[in-house]
Ligand binder design. Structure first.
Ligand code: ADP
Ligand code: ASP
Ligand code: MG
Length: 438
């Protein structure tokens, strides 16, 4: 029999009605045996995700203040799901335990993870699958990174003993047993880890859009869905902010050659997007596969004549960043110039000290930090064979009067990255979309 691993996102499980849709989807195919769930997400615009409520409740409790009311709201949301499903399930003990744990500083991660934990228990009871707590079979290393080997060994042994199971997404445990979460949106990673552990034929990732769209639907009106995309293209797009799938969710399934199918819980009849290891096919009509971007970036511009012939120049610059514990996003460089693109969040409060240390390390002719930068990535395997794509991108943007601050063409030939002012971000993406798609 085929085995499918499924993951349902927060909006797919936001209330009892959504739970019913999810159960119908799972039951529609025998092969849908392993199900990863997120915490209840937004039910409507302006609603708050359970995960955000838990973070807030925890910070109130951590500060020694009273979070009883907020906790009651959180509990109320889970209870309305249980009642709405007509389930005979009493989670009082769990709620009491979590409430009291919040007062003993169990950590933000533990707090946030309870959303997935409780939702997993409810969905397992509703659908009649076994419940498995990932704290016992998904592991992190001492340094906080995911322990793929140990996890795969233990998790595949555990899952082999369960024909059908529900697992909460988003968390695992540290070597000392404390709960640790992945970064936000991390249930996608759990789904991928589970798919690999059971050697699934397919990883279905169910969300609230009918697949990966060619651009963020909040930027471009009604963008075209992508039928098929390779892991590499997807990685480029999700790294650059296309929020559908967590950027790290690709690694476990890629190692095992498992494809991912992005599907819409509210429109299960739609085929969605297939994310595949390789593809010969590409859409000649559009050439590009997708567009993504992010704002909130700054660039450190460093100029020095003949920097290219100065051995160790790049290393010295990057060492300064390392000393300040800052990671960079991109390194667009020319013969006498080097740019280091860093997110504002990483750079906050450290820019003056970094500039000072870079001056000391490499004595540049000129150095400046320029903020307000947005990056846009145009990604597509079709770009390797279709000549002139970069030119079309630049002309389309220029025709809208947008100034290009930076260009960085990845050596992989499947992406072009353009830096523009944050205020030009929307216009530039629309221009590119219109040029290639409309
Ligand atoms: P889930 O809660 O199911 O994990 P997410 O909110 O994490 O769902 O991801 C789905 C959302 O990603 C969509 O509702 C959409 O607003 C957003 N999104 C951003 N870029 C894209 C894109 N290129 N294609 C589809 N959706 C996108
Ligand atoms: N609930 C978590 C979050 O909101 C994890 C997830 O949804 O994937 O980030
Ligand atoms: Mg998500």
């Amino acid at each position: 029999m085929q085995i499918k691993a499924l993951k349902f996102g927060g909006s797919s499980l936001a209330d009892a009605e959504q739970f019913k849709k999810v159960a119908n989807i799972v039951k529609a195919e025998e092969s849908r045996r392993y199900v990863v769930v997120s915490a209840p997400g937004k039910r409507f615009d302006g609603d708050t995700k359970i995960t955000d409520m838990l973070y807030e409740a925890y910070s109130i409790a951590d500060a020694g203040e009273d979070m009883t009311d907020l906790f009651a709201k959180i509990r109320g949301r889970f209870e309305s799901i249980i009642t709405g499903l007509g389930l005979d399930l009493d989670l009082s003990k769990d709620f009491d335990k979590i409430f009291s744990a919040f007062h003993h500083h169990p950590g933000r991660d533990y707090a946030a993870s309870r959303g997935e934990y409780l939702n997993g228990k409810i969905f397992a009871a509703y659908i009649g699958y076994d419940f498995i707590d990932p704290a016992k079979c998904i592991f992190f290393k001492e340094n906080g990174t995911f322990d793929a080997e140990r996890t795969n060994e233990v998790l595949s042994a555990v899952l082999a003993e369960h024909e059908r199971a529900v697992l909460p997404g988003f968390y695992g445990s540290m070597p000392n047993g404390t709960v640790k979460t992945f970064s936000r949106g991390g249930s996608d990673i759990t789904g991928s880890i589970v798919a690999r552990a059971v050697n699934a034929d397919l990883y279905e990732n169910w969300t609230d859009v009918s697949g990966f769209l060619m651009a963020d639907p909040r930027v471009v009106h009604n963008p075209k869905p992508i039928d098929e995309i390779t892991y590499r293209e997807l990685r480029e797009l999700s790294y650059m902010g296309a929020g559908v799938l967590h950027e790290d969710a690709i690694f476990p399934v890629r190692a095992a050659g498992i494809s991912i199918n992005i599907r819409n819980t509210n429109r299960p009849e739609d085929r969605g997007t297939m994310i595949v290891p390789h593809s010969e096919y590409y859409n000649y009509e559009t050439v590009i596969t997708g567009i993504a971007g992010k704002k909130g970036l700054s660039v450190i511009n460093i100029e020095k004549d003949m920097m290219n012939s100065e051995i160790g120049f790049g290393r010295k610059v990057l060492e300064v960043l390392e000393e300040h514990n800052v990671s960079f996003e991109h390194l667009p460089s020319g013969i006498d110039t080097m740019g280091v693109v860093i997110s504002d969040a990483e750079l906050a409060g450290k820019d003056e000290a970094i500039v000072h240390d870079i001056k000391k390390a490499v004595s540049p002719d000129h150095i400046s930090v320029d903020g307000g930068l947005a990056l846009i990535a145009v990604v597509g395997r079709g770009m390797i064979s279709a000549k002139g794509t970069a030119g079309r991108v630049f002309r389309a943007i220029a025709a809208k009067g947008v100034n290009i601050r930076m260009i960085d063409q990845g050596s992989s030939e499947i992406n072009i990255i353009i830096g523009v002012d944050e205020s030009d971000y929307l216009r530039a993406i629309e221009a590119i979309y219109e040029e290639f798609v409309k």
